[in-house]
Design a protein around this ligand. Structure first.
Ligand SMILES: Nc1ncnc2c1ncn2[C@@H]1O[C@H](COP(=O)(O)OP(=O)(O)O)[C@@H](O)[C@H]1O
Ligand SMILES: [Mg+2]
Length: 251
């Protein structure tokens, strides 16, 4: 199976060294005004390194999705700066952000949003067709261990299997960064662990820089590094000396 990524496979020892691939400084996001004013992010500084597996942990409303959406070029900050390698995301226009997302970013959301009338393989091929240097849909589905379901339709799969299709769809274009917003939010523990195992494998085997948002602190054990968000601030940061295999996460 040919699944070599753009980056070197993830030697855990070297992750975190060298220049960061994502740099945010003084990032703030304010929604609304007057009585409806909400400070979603307040003065966030953040560096992310190539190959890193980062977990953003925090309660509902703490600013996790807002931060992830800025990182993925889906949203713009109110102030501060954000840069992906040599792409300045702050102040970029819609066309530039669309290109950034298409070329560099894979998204996985809580809900799978597969196209119901297409098979598993076709759902993944659709993204591969518009990518520069994709792997094959079958290889992407092999990574998430769904080779036996290629010709099924989404409605014939469990929620966890559909989410693994969504992971394959996100990584078939070999993105530089995989952004997952509550990927197990709609799943029970057993199927959730299989989805996390798929994400973990992408990070380890392809070296894809990975950010996972969760309010489930048990998931933090998988990460190289955990950022705790609270009220739009980074309230703390931990580095795991060893990473917990997804199969050992207690829900
Ligand atoms: N489009 C929006 N308009 C107004 N307020 C928003 C919007 N999006 C998010 N917020 C507010 O910003 C804060 C952070 O939201 P969010 O980033 O979604 O948090 P989390 O993902 O941690 O639950 C919350 O108080 C939320 O209500
Ligand atoms: Mg959220």
């Amino acid at each position: 199976m040919q699944v070599a990524g753009k980056q070197a496979p993830n030697g855990d020892d070297s992750v975190g060294e060298g220049d960061p691939v994502f740099v945010a400084r003084g990032l703030s996001k304010v929604y609304g005004s007057g009585e409806a004013r909400v400070v979603a992010l307040a003065d966030i500084d953040l560096d992310i390194h190539a190959g890193e597996f980062l977990v953003l942990l925090g309660p509902s409303g703490s600013g996790k999705s807002t931060l992830l959406n800025i990182l993925g070029g889906l949203d713009a900050p109110t102030s501060g700066s954000a840069r992906w390698r040599d792409h300045e995301l702050t102040g970029a226009g819609d066309a530039e952000l669309t290109l950034y997302r298409r070329e560099h970013v894979g998204f996985v959301f809580q809900f799978y949003n597969l196209i119901p009338s297409l098979t598993v393989r076709e759902n993944v091929e659709l993204v591969a067709q518009i990518a520069d240097d994709p792997m094959s849909a079958d290889d992407a589905l092999g990574l998430v261990e769904l080779t036996h379901r290629l010709d099924h339709f989404p409605a014939q799969l469990s929620g966890g299997e559909q989410q693994r299709v969504a992971v394959a769809r996100a990584i078939v274009k070999r993105p530089d960064i995989l952004l997952c917003d509550e990927p197990t939010g709609a799943l029970d523990a057993d199927t959730g662990r299989m989805v996390l195992a798929a994400i973990d494998k992408v990070n380890r085997d392809l070296g894809t820089t990975t950010v996972v948002i969760t309010h489930n602190s048990a998931i933090a054990g998988m990460a190289h590094r955990v950022l705790r968000l609270s009220g739009g601030h980074i309230a703390g940061e931990d580095r795991n000396a060893t990473r917990l295999p997804p199969g050992e996460i207690a829900w």
